[in-house]
Ligand binder design. Structure first.
Ligand SMILES: [Fe+2]
Length: 308
């Protein structure tokens, strides 16, 4: 008999003994004459206890469902790390022009689209904290994007900067956390622009390519040379992320000959922000095409408004 079965049976015997003793007391003390309700409760408790020892209690784990890009999306412009309102207007325009020329059918905004500088938990210059200005510039950006790509699917996946909003509400104004008007979708009026959103912790799948922002990886990517290799070391599957503001690619072959590639995309924001004046950032974006589950990634750099 294994240990688990032994414990279940032993618990049942203990409960039965307990029940028998309680029932005996119940009878001996004549409680049954005056208090039928107590008897019913005693029996109900017995069966509840029996149920608890015979089955595990419920688990509160919740599973986030992955996001699967619709089959109608075959040519996707992936833009990330725009960090509105601290964005590179020229680079964004260059990427948008590429999208128009290549007739993409989907715009995938892969996180850190809005900076949320004003609600950052990091020490920031109080003179630069202007939430309303951030919101207004971002709203104008989304309107412009919808106007330019009027019939394309636009999807906005949240990165660590978008998560600043919920963590601000959680820590500074938890009473307002569930207010509908304070949801990011309402704040930026994107529902009326038909822009879909994806939660920051959800993995997206473009055919056989997994796309994340990059902050989802535990303790990030430790890869001072090539962030795509760092992504490979954690993902071990074909994957693409932003977050590192750096264009990179890494490919490896498994023992069985399976080729796996990972990419990180460049940013569309300042290349020399005050919080990291020395860095390896470059401007860039990706163009992903899908054919059934097969995919092709073209990972572009933008240098002096030219695409490489
Ligand atoms: Fe970023």
């Amino acid at each position: 008999m294994n240990h688990e079965n032994y414990n279940i049976i032993k618990n049942n015997i203990d409960l039965s003994k307990n029940f028998t003793q309680n029932a005996k007391d119940f009878y001996d003390k004549g409680l049954w004459k005056s208090n039928a309700e107590s008897g019913r409760k005693l029996i109900a408790k017995y069966f509840k206890d029996m149920k608890e020892v015979n089955s595990l209690p419920e688990s509160l784990i919740t599973y986030k469902e992955d996001y699967f890009l619709s089959d109608s999306c075959k040519s996707i412009l992936v833009l990330s790390d725009i960090h509105l309102p601290y964005y590179s207007k020229e680079s964004v325009l260059t990427a948008i022009e590429f999208g128009l020329e290549n007739e993409v059918d989907t715009i995938y905004l892969n996180g850190d689209i809005v900076d949320f500088h004003s609600v950052s938990r990091f020490e920031t210059n109080p003179n630069e904290r202007n939430l309303m200005q951030e919101v207004e510039i971002s709203r104008a950006f989304f309107k412009y994007l919808r106007n330019v790509f009027s019939s394309q699917k636009i999807i906005w996946k949240f990165g660590n900067h978008e998560e600043r909003w919920n963590s601000f509400l959680t820590t500074k104004a938890s009473e307002l956390f569930n207010l509908d008007v304070l949801k990011i979708e309402k704040l930026f009026k994107i529902e009326e622009l038909d822009i879909e959103t994806i939660d920051g912790r959800t993995f997206a799948h473009f055919g056989n390519l997994t796309v994340i922002h990059g902050h989802e990886l535990p303790r990030g990517i430790s890869s001072p040379v090539n962030p795509a290799r760092g992504l490979y070391m954690k993902a071990k599957e074909n994957a693409l992320c932003g977050h590192h503001h750096q264009t990179s690619e890494h490919t490896e072959k498994s023992i069985n000959g399976k080729i796996v590639s990972c990419w990180t995309t460049g940013c569309l924001s300042s290349l020399r922000p005050d919080y990291a004046p020395v860095n390896k950032y470059n401007h860039g974006f990706a163009h992903v095409t899908i054919n059934n589950k097969d995919f092709e990634v073209r990972n572009y750099k933008i240098i002096n408004n030219k695409i490489y």
